[in-house]
Write a protein that binds this ligand. Structure first.
Ligand code: GRF
Length: 197
């Protein structure tokens, strides 16, 4: 049975594009919705150009009422009936209530070698720490921010002249290879951890 995948974005959606474009032929999943909290997200046009249904749930009218925002997200998601939800540059923190509703169906990509550097500014923090290696991680989403079971990682060497910007630019193509592979495995029921080679 083909798995239905909803992808949540807040910006350009380059990871969404990589995921959507990977779901072809014999792939066990297909995109069913691209959902953003930002009506101006560039990824929405890219999704529409691919014939993928899109929706926007703007978080701003809800103010600090996260549960109300998430209840609307869930209403829109319920209509699309996803088997899997991929967060791809989605920049809103989720409450335990939302995670409980979709538990076991959610993946996220994070631009660091978790458990190192949960949260923001990961590339700058890796450089400042003098790390030799950096990379990205796909993990299952749990109530702990960037703390769920790791499904896959991709690594690269930090170069002496790397800046946070140049490092981010070298990590992003790794994300575009890692996330589709992690989704394909997850969609077949394979939760074993892997390192992209
Ligand atoms: C990426 O670095 C991703 O790791 C992070 O958001 C950034 C932008 O992603 N979660 P995208 O281009 O919007 O997919």
């Amino acid at each position: 049975m083909t798995k239905r995948v909803a992808i949540l974005i807040s910006g350009g959606g380059s990871n969404m594009v990589a995921l959507a474009d990977s779901m072809t032929g014999g792939h066990p999943a297909r995109p069913c919705l691209v959902l953003s909290n930002n009506a101006g997200a560039g990824g929405l046009e890219k999704a529409a150009a691919r014939g993928i249904p899109t929706a926007v749930v703007d978080h701003r009218p809800f103010g600090k009422d996260r549960p109300a925002f998430e209840a609307e997200l869930t209403r829109v998601l319920d209509a699309a009936q996803p088997d899997i939800i991929c967060f791809a540059g989605f920049m809103r923190v989720l409450t335990e209530g939302f995670v409980a509703r979709w538990h076991g169906k959610m993946l996220n990509i994070h631009p660091s070698l978790l458990p190192k550097y949960r949260g923001l500014h990961t590339h700058a923090r890796a450089i400042e720490a003098g790390d030799a290696q950096h990379g990205c991680t796909v993990h299952e989403v749990t109530p702990e921010l960037d703390g769920g079971p790791i499904l896959g990682q991709a690594e690269l060497q930090i170069l002496p002249d790397d800046t946070p910007e140049s490092l981010a630019a070298r990590v992003l193509p790794l994300e575009h290879r890692l996330y589709p592979e992690a989704l394909r495995r997850f969609a077949t029921g394979d939760r074993s951890r892997f390192t992209l080679t």
